[in-house]
Design a protein around this ligand. Structure first.
Ligand SMILES: [Zn+2]
Length: 81
């Protein structure tokens, strides 16, 4: 797995929607890749804060789709450092 693949799976990973085998692959990558470790940590924190807000339920489907679209170029920018 590379960083780009991890990003594409991140929403499902954090939502607990990956099969065990896929999940372990993601966890292995995060442990071996400091960039993704930091990225996942900050992303997780953001999700926690958002969920803690009052009257804030599950993300609207359109927002989640947009988030997925935003993650890919973000990663590419990091790889070009
Ligand atoms: Zn990575």
């Amino acid at each position: 797995m590379n960083c780009s693949e991890l990003m594409s799976l991140l929403v499902d990973f954090l939502g607990g929607e990956l099969v065990q085998e896929r999940r372990e692959t993601v966890e292995l990558h995060i442990r071996a890749c400091p960039r993704c470790e930091v990225y996942v940590a900050s992303y997780t924190q953001t999700v926690k804060v958002a969920r803690a807000l009052p009257k804030c339920g599950r993300l609207p489907a359109t927002f989640e789709a947009r988030l997925r679209q935003l993650l890919e170029p973000e990663l590419k920018a990091r790889q070009d450092d």
